[in-house]
Design a binder for this molecule. Structure first.
Ligand code: 4AD
Ligand code: MG
Length: 434
């Protein structure tokens, strides 16, 4: 048996042992007598220390020539090191070079512009910062699946190619589907509603698409959305579920990703405060008044603009539900509010610190007649929705659901300004590669 190959993450359990690490050189510092090699292997980063009089002269000279992103296998002894984030370092006995690049690695120490980094997204992902973001993203996905699994929700994924427009005619990606017109799904919701009639508590989770022409820090053309739908939940039950989910998500990230949040220099106080008290609720009509006082020109009927959300959420230290938007500002499937018929039983959940909407949700219109007239008024192709109307024909039921945007949630929890950094391969109006 040769020396065992372990991951950097596992090193802490192998103190004093000789091991092999397989990975890439991330960085190098040298004094005349010692090379400090920063090695990464995907699971983490560690410093490998090569001392001149502990290895052959040839091996020491060879290590001088190593470039950034050389792929290599390093053999050495694991030592405890309190100063390093991983708690360990590697005392090197030998290095086997797998591939030493001949060209200089494009991403250097100098500050690169974001377009350059996005053009090199396939390489940028290797950085410590990007690894931290992807780790938080993975943890959030995991916590969402766990949350719903523990509550007995059934995962029922929805199609990506669809004939029924989910949200609205603007922002649709259309494709030729043999001899028909098809769309990339803007939402899985309509299918989740059908699944809720079949299985009660359900969710879908997948990529969704919006032909967003606007270039903002909150919009992607392809983003991931988790959409729960629950039979016999009303508007209030729906908001309670959202609050529990968001609080759980923040708790899970605080518990499992402290190193990542530290590396991202995330201020933890606002996140802790999310876990400590109830979320706020404000009626849309009151939000308009408040926003006008804060200098916005929003009027009844308008959706909240990005700037409105920023200004409003800066007033609060925990997420805020803005409830009961005007009908015209929202999609066709939302239930009319019996107490204020110009509005619907919906809520957007806005994240604090200026982040804005992370969830859109509503009670659904369960009255066949009202739903049909609203859809006809919106000019929808009714033939594509007969299956959806069947849900109101065969045992209609009070039901509610919501969609939580993964990238907006990750950006908020990580404290990042722009959402393009939180998805491995961002798609925006001008970006299709890599
Ligand atoms: O508010 P939206 O459009 O709601 C729906 O799609 C509903 N059908 C959901 C449901 O009730 N099942 O989108 C929901 C969330 C937003 O709050 C936001 O987090 C995210 O999806 N989102 C986007 N994220 C990134 N880029 C975009 N272009 C987004 N559009 C929406
Ligand atoms: Mg919305």
């Amino acid at each position: 048996m040769g020396t065992p190959w372990i991951s950097i993450k596992e090193m802490i359990g192998h103190l004093g042992e000789e091991v092999v690490i397989k990975g890439w050189m991330y960085n190098k510092r040298s004094s005349g007598k010692i090379h400090f090699l920063q090695i990464r292997d995907g699971s983490g980063f560690v410093q490998a220390v090569m001392v001149k009089n502990e290895v052959s002269e040839e091996a020491f000279d060879e290590a001088k020539k190593l470039w950034m992103e050389t792929s290599l296998e390093v053999t050495g002894t694991v030592r405890a090191d309190d100063r390093s984030a991983s708690g360990v370092e590697l005392s090197v006995s030998s290095i086997k070079v797998v591939h030493n690049p001949t060209d200089e690695y494009p991403i250097g120490k100098k500050d690169h512009g974001v377009d350059f980094l996005l053009d090199n997204r396939h390489l940028w992902l290797r950085s410590q910062r990007q690894r931290a973001i992807m780790t938080v993203r993975e943890r959030i996905i995991w916590s969402w699946r766990e949350f719903f699994h523990n509550k007995d929700f059934m995962l029922v994924d929805s199609p990506i190619i669809t004939g029924a427009i989910g949200e609205g005619a603007s922002g649709l990606f259309e494709l030729d589907y043999f001899d028909q017109k098809a769309y990339l799904a803007q939402t899985g919701q309509l299918y989740a509603e059908a699944a809720a009639a079949a299985y009660g508590k359900v969710y879908c989770f997948g990529p969704t698409f919006r032909a967003e022409k606007s270039k903002t820090r909150r919009h992607l053309t392809e983003f991931w959305m988790l959409e729960p739908e629950v039979a016999f939940y009303d508007h209030k039950d729906n908001m309670d579920l959202q609050e529990e989910l968001v609080r759980y998500t923040v708790e899970q990230v605080l518990e499992h990703c402290p190193k990542e949040l530290a590396l991202l220099e995330r201020d933890l106080d606002p996140l802790k405060s999310v876990t400590e008290g109830p979320f706020y609720h404000i009626n849309y009509r009151d939000a308009v008044v408040k926003l006008n006082e804060l200098g916005s020109s929003i009027a009844f009927g308008d959706d909240l603009g990005a700037e409105d959300e920023t200004v409003l959420t800066q007033q609060y230290d925990r997420p805020i539900f803005v409830e009961c938007y005007p009908k015209g500002a929202k999609a066709f499937y939302m239930k009319e509010n019996p107490d204020d018929v110009e509005t619907v039983l919906c809520a957007d959940l806005l994240a604090p610190e200026g982040y804005g909407e992370i969830i859109g949700g509503s009670q659904r219109e369960d009255d066949l007649g009202k739903l049909v007239s609203r859809m006809e008024a919106d000019g929808l192709d009714m033939d594509s929705y007969q299956w959806y109307l069947d849900l109101r024909r065969y045992g209609t039921f009070v039901h509610s659901g919501f969609g939580i945007g993964l990238e907006r949630t990750v950006a908020w929890i990580c404290g990042l300004h722009h959402i393009r950094e939180v998805i491995p391969w961002p798609r925006t109006i001008y970006r299709l590669n890599p």
